[in-house]
Design a protein around this ligand. Structure first.
Ligand SMILES: NC(=O)c1ccc[n+]([C@@H]2O[C@H](COP(=O)([O-])OP(=O)(O)OC[C@H]3O[C@@H](n4cnc5c(N)ncnc54)[C@H](OP(=O)(O)O)[C@@H]3O)[C@@H](O)[C@H]2O)c1
Length: 300
């Protein structure tokens, strides 16, 4: 693994794959779509729903490995626009997988804890059967399947509720939304019946690239190791950033319904990745501490 193409390099995970890969001494090339990167990075333009654009991007960058982060990630928007969700998350993955196979490029597909229905009551392992409950999750599961069906060398890494500072685009994430809202003194109602495994994007980027460098293939869970409900995550963010926890209150999904169904407990077991990497994955406390220490100037 020498040259890596990050498809969707302006997204939260994509920007950290670019940064961490550079630190690891890899030759990194990114792609952008609509977002113009704030950091002036020289990305290739690529639309994964257009096979010609994908083939052209791969031919120009000639990577050994292509990491597909690009996706339609807004879960409720996917529910409203299912055709577009499948076009990006399933057909886009198929376009990338086919072009990679044609050119002998190894593919890494980033997926989600939402492929599980969340009804088991415990953490999910890689060998357990998915049962997605939303359009987003179904289209992502199809993306996994086309990736794994196209080449047995492919790697699928599932993450859950990504967080970290977004230094490239303007889009927030669950943790930065909590920080921004509470700093403005806004009250927040946070779900206490949606349990997830919050994933620090810079740590996940390193885990994905390390797994790839070790030749891992098949499915790996590369989320954080915790299993916490969203209100509890909010309380921990308050603690880490010295914010007023009394502005947060717990709410149930039944009391504040969302358009797309969410799994009640989609926490991921990460022991397979930990065993392969020989180290524990980054938990929420460590991720929040790293965020506090690395807060960009002028973000307050
Ligand atoms: N965010 C989470 O909490 C979470 C949880 C579990 C799994 N995941 C998965 O993790 C991956 C990374 O998520 P993220 O939050 O880092 O993503 P993100 O910040 O929402 O970024 C998505 C990226 O995809 C690009 N993109 C969208 N449509 C495209 C298209 N048709 N062609 C090419 N690029 C396109 C976007 O570019 P433009 O904005 O310019 O269109 C952007 O760079 C995704 O596969 C997601 O499904 C995310």
């Amino acid at each position: 693994m020498r040259r890596v193409l990050v498809i969707g390099a302006t997204g939260l995970l994509g920007q950290y794959l670019m940064a961490v890969g550079g630190e690891m001494g890899l030759e990194m090339q990114g792609t952008c779509h609509r977002t113009v990167p704030k950091d002036g990075a020289d990305h290739l333009s690529m639309d994964i729903t257009d096979p010609a654009s994908v083939i052209d991007g791969l031919a120009r960058s000639e990577p050994n490995v292509a990491v597909l982060c690009a996706a339609m990630t807004n879960v409720d928007q996917c529910e409203r626009e299912p055709v577009q969700a499948y076009a990006v998350n399933m057909e886009g993955a198929l376009n990338v997988a086919s072009a990679c196979r044609q050119s002998g490029i190894r593919m890494v597909y980033i997926s989600t804890d939402y492929v599980f229905n969340g009804l088991k009551g415990g953490r999910y392992h890689e060998f357990e059967s998915p049962d997605p409950s939303s359009i987003y999750a179904r289209s992502k599961l199809e993306g996994e399947r086309v990736t794994l069906d196209t080449s047995r060398d492919s790697l699928v890494c599932r993450v859950s509720v990504l967080y970290g500072w977004n230094r490239v685009g303007g889009k927030g994430n669950f943790v930065t939304w909590i920080i921004d809202s509470l700093r403005k003194g806004q009250n927040l109602r946070l779900y206490n019946d949606q349990f997830v495994s919050p994933t620090y994007a810079p740590a996940a980027a390193r885990d994905v690239l390390d797994l790839c460098a070790r030749g891992a293939r098949g499915i790996y869970h590369t989320s954080g190791p915790d299993c916490l409900d969203r209100h509890e995550i909010g309380l921990r963010v308050c603690q880490a950033f010295g914010l007023d926890a009394s502005l947060t209150s717990p709410v149930s999904t039944a009391d504040m319904p969302l358009l797309a169904p969410r799994p009640p407990r989609s926490c991921l077991a990460v022991d397979k990745a930990e065993a392969e990497l020989g180290r524990p994955l980054t938990d929420l406390r460590q991720g929040l501490m790293a965020m506090r220490e690395g807060e960009p100037r002028g973000s307050r």
